[in-house]
Design a protein around this ligand. Structure first.
Ligand code: URA
Length: 181
């Protein structure tokens, strides 16, 4: 495993998959490198690609609200994605792209050693928790892996498209707060 400096440097010059050719910026991850909670999305969108920071578009505003609901700001958690470069037209990242990129995330998890990993949406949950993860049935539940608790909630972009999912997403945040206490 690499230290933060080496990891960030390697990631910023990565050409392990074709997304490296179309990205504007690598979106490495932001927040507290000693955070107790780590949030993992699927991949950068347009705004994130332009700014080089995760969850800065509309979905990011909702993520900020979800964090605020349990008294957290994005500076107190760590936020990253399964793939660090934007998939063109915001399509789902391909398995080959996820596999090319997942080593960076594993290294980040190794360095942060979060108490809780929260997958945002089914793509992240299927990669991190289980390939057959069912987000509608299993969101908000916790399972232990080693010293870490794994959970998932709905992706904020999905909640924006279907506001009926909002109460569930906020209840999942409360469950995370309970686990932190
Ligand atoms: N959606 C994601 O999954 N990640 C981001 O960084 C932004 C939107």
């Amino acid at each position: 495993m690499l230290d933060w400096d080496a990891l960030e440097k390697t990631c910023h010059s990565c050409q392990n998959c074709a997304l490296g050719e179309t990205r504007t910026n690598v979106v490495f991850g932001t927040g507290d490198r000693n955070a107790k909670v780590m949030f993992i999305g699927e991949g950068p969108g347009e705004q994130e690609d332009l700014r080089g920071e995760p969850f800065v578009g509309r979905a990011g505003q909702l993520l900020d609200e979800m964090l605020a609901a349990i008294g957290l700001s994005r500076r107190q958690v760590y936020i990253a994605n399964i793939v660090k470069c934007r998939p063109p037209n915001n399509r789902d990242p391909l398995n080959i792209e996820q596999d090319a990129c997942i080593g960076y995330l594993r290294n980040q998890v190794y360095l942060i050693k979060p108490k809780i990993i929260v997958c945002l949406g089914r793509i992240a949950a299927m990669k991190i928790i289980r390939a057959d993860y069912k987000i509608t049935q299993e969101h908000g539940l916790f399972e232990k892996r080693g010293e870490t608790l794994l959970t998932a909630t709905f992706h904020p972009a999905f909640v924006l498209r279907d506001p009926r999912k909002r109460p569930d997403a906020f209840m999942d945040m409360c469950a995370i707060e309970d686990q932190l206490e």
